[in-house]
Design a protein around this ligand. Structure first.
Ligand SMILES: Nc1ncnc2c1ncn2[C@@H]1O[C@H](COP(=O)(O)OP(=O)(O)O)[C@@H](O)[C@H]1O
Ligand SMILES: [Mg+2]
Length: 234
């Protein structure tokens, strides 16, 4: 469904992504794990069209995405939830969700999807009139995910959804990611929390300083000595 080949990305002289290739099949959860600075966000931003790669290709349903404007990429169904959430602080929960549907004009479909988002995140329903900036970190993560779902993604790109959240909330967020996937959305999940990511993913790639150093099924990587030592606390 999504295939990245030999991706090279620079920030000026900084070589952030050094020849990454990866695949995401329809219906899967694929995770990209690695420590801070490994190039995870850069890879997602490049897929989303926010950064232009120096070389390499990104194909989605057989069509090249490199050079396609970011809003067209969203329109094709690849939607990113950025690291650090970035909800619209001065808008209500409801208004944030409406912003997620800005490319759509099917009123009934939008209303149905909003109901689905509230089923997934009952807390957002309880706070639907509240300003997003006053939500807790976990609630803002839920809102950022809900907003992305309002654009009916075929592939949801999640950048460190667990960052800064208490363990119980992390569990809750990951269980919701699993539900979203079970309901038919493909997920590309970037995480430093390798344990949690591997627990819900089908396939995984380990990124180190801009390169993929290991890949396999999530079960294989969770069992791998090298991954256990470097990322899973032994
Ligand atoms: N806007 C930027 N300008 C210059 N260097 C950047 C920028 N964003 C990221 N980098 C560098 O690129 C590398 C990869 O960063 P990033 O993709 O954010 O990693 P990760 O998401 O895995 O933590 C790091 O060395 C980082 O310092
Ligand atoms: Mg990052």
């Amino acid at each position: 469904m999504l295939e990245v080949k030999d991706l090279e990305v620079y920030y000026g002289a900084i070589h952030a992504v050094k020849g990454i290739s990866l695949k995401v099949d329809d219906g899967q959860i694929v995770t990209l794990i690695g420590s801070n600075g490994a190039g995870k966000s850069t890879t997602l931003h490049t897929i989303s069209g926010l950064i232009k790669p120096k070389s390499g290709s990104i194909s989605f349903d057989g069509q090249e995405l490199v050079g396609v404007p970011a809003h067209d990429i969203v329109g094709r169904g690849l939607v990113q939830v950025p690291e650090g959430r970035h909800v619209f602080s001065n808008m209500s929960v409801m208004e944030n969700l409406d912003m997620g549907a800005y490319l759509r004009n099917d009123k009934d479909g939008i209303a149905r999807d909003k109901e689905k988002v509230f089923e997934l995140f009952p807390r957002l329903f309880e706070r639907k009139g509240q300003m997003a900036g006053t939500l807790s970190g976990g609630e803002q993560q839920m809102l950022a995910m809900g907003r992305a779902l309002m654009s009916r993604p075929r592939v949801l790109l999640l950048d460190e959804p667990s960052m800064g959240l208490a363990p119980l909330l992390v569990k809750e967020i990951f269980s919701i990611i699993k539900t979203i996937n079970d309901e038919g959305t493909t997920v590309l999940l970037v995480e430093q929390n390798a344990n949690m990511a591997l627990s819900i993913a089908d396939h995984a790639y380990v990124l180190e300083t801009g390169r993929i150093v290991l890949s396999g099924t999530a079960a294989e990587l969770a069992a791998s000595e090298a991954v256990r030592k470097a990322y899973l606390g032994g």
